[in-house]
Ligand binder design. Structure first.
Ligand code: AMP
Ligand code: MG
Length: 412
């Protein structure tokens, strides 16, 4: 089997996994999902011309010589319907969102008026016709498509769904994801601490990565490096849409994962990718399940998830934005690189006057899992890079945590 470039491997993964089927959910569970139907406005919004301010609805022609005094003929609150048509010299006190009465062609905000004796108001400023009126249908028109299929449901979209009373909606379902760790040396969370064992961190780190995409995975536990036991566990995993297998896909004599997966009818599409870390990544499919054989090294496992599994899961959920956002950063120090593989270097990001500054999280050995835990992003060094110089502009994929920052980041 070939030794693929990151790009080739990613294309192979994305060609193999399909958008999943549709389910109906309630609006309260819709955040982060992708719409599977067009959503229409069910009325004009606003339903009539309404005031954009607390103030006075009036006739702009009455204000040719300001200050001017107008008679207040009614008081219109949001939710009221106006009772009168304004005549020359008249106005109505009006609240934000309340319907503008017939005869009025503008609203003047209360700050530009002076209260005088009851029933009359002094207008200090002239306004043009149309001022501070929100027009009928300005937000949406009855029957128009307000959200199209494929839209990712953000908090703003939830607001639109509520506006059109879409209490239930069709979305692409989420993939069912299973996580299996393999290795005789592994000690699970409930096991007593044994100095000779390696704590199973991968199942949980992968769990977190899957959860960060809005999916609740199933942890299948730990399979020993024994073909029969492995086959049993893997079979369980093949009932899911996606099976993540950690460890055992390398070239060691006890690395049974690839042959055992194949014996269960999984067609292996690639093994080994020209990347660092993450080289021994394996990928295969059945009609039903996409199987990722992730390297056991904690850092490699997490990087392979970010680069291959996350885009696949997002594509299955109907997203079109599949990849981590990238930013350009200035490298704080030189980094040695040997060409031949795409490197993913864990970095922390800070800012200076010019923008982002990237600093390595420390030793980049794939066994040092704190290098990922501390990272704000992955600096991507191309496979033909011979090294990076201090001050050089580099591309960094943002990991989730950097969506937030310590400082406000702007002047008031
Ligand atoms: P493997 O890919 O099975 O050859 O494992 C490579 C390295 O990753 C070994 O040092 C393993 O002990 C370690 N490793 C494998 N699986 C896990 C896991 N679930 N959690 C933490 N470390 C692991
Ligand atoms: Mg192993």
């Amino acid at each position: 089997m070939e030794h693929l470039s990151v790009n080739h491997a990613l294309r192979c993964v994305l060609e193999s996994v399909k958008k999943l089927d549709v389910e109906t959910i309630g609006i309260e569970k819709s955040l982060g999902r992708v719409l599977a139907e067009d959503v229409y406005a069910n009325r004009n919004q606003p339903p009539y011309d309404v005031s954009a301010m607390d103030g006075y609805a009036l006739r702009s022609a009455d204000l040719s010589g300001v200050p001017a005094t107008l008679n207040i003929i009614e008081d219109i609150k949001a939710g009221d319907m106006p009772q009168h048509t304004l005549q020359a010299g008249q106005c109505a006190r009006i609240m934000t969102g309340a319907p503008v009465p017939a005869g009025a062609d503008a609203v003047l905000r209360v700050e530009d008026t002076e209260a005088i004796e009851s029933g009359r108001v002094k207008i200090m400023r002239a306004v043009a016709a149309g001022c501070d009126i929100r027009r009928l249908g300005e937000n949406m028109r009855d029957g128009e498509v307000v959200l199209s299929a494929g839209t990712e449901i953000t908090p703003g979209v939830v607001g639109i769904l509520a506006t059109v009373k879409a209490a239930h909606l069709q979305v692409i379902r989420r993939p069912r994801v299973a996580i299996l760790s393999t290795g005789n040396e592994l000690e699970d969370m409930d096991d007593p601490v044994d100095a000779n064992k390696i704590p199973n961190s991968n199942s949980y780190a992968l769990m977190g990565q899957v959860q960060a995409l809005g999916i609740e995975p199933s942890l299948l536990g730990i399979a020993r490096d024994d073909p029969e036991e492995l086959a049993e566990y893997l079979q369980r995993g093949l009932h899911f849409d996606v099976l993540l297998v950690s460890g055992g896909s390398s070239v060691g004599v006890h690395d049974y994962v690839r042959p055992t997966i194949e014996s269960l009818g999984v067609k292996m599409l690639f093994w080994r990718v020209a990347m660092k870390p993450g080289h021994p990544l394996a990928f295969g499919t059945t009609n039903k399940t996409a199987v990722f054989g992730l390297p056991g090294n904690p850092v490699s496992s997490m990087v392979c998830f970010e680069e291959f599994v996350a885009p696949a899961l997002r594509q299955m959920m109907g997203h079109t934005r599949l990849y981590r956002r990238t930013v350009t950063a200035k490298l704080a120090h030189a980094i040695k690189i040997r060409p031949g593989r795409t490197e993913f270097i864990r970095v922390m990001l800070s800012r200076d006057a010019d923008g982002y500054v990237a600093t390595s999280t420390g030793t980049q050995s794939s066994g040092v899992s704190l290098s990922v835990a501390r990272a704000d992003g992955l600096l991507v060094a191309s496979s033909n890079s011979n090294g990076l110089a201090a001050g050089e502009g580099v591309t960094v994929q943002l990991l989730d945590g950097t969506a937030f920052q310590n400082e406000m980041g702007f002047e008031e």
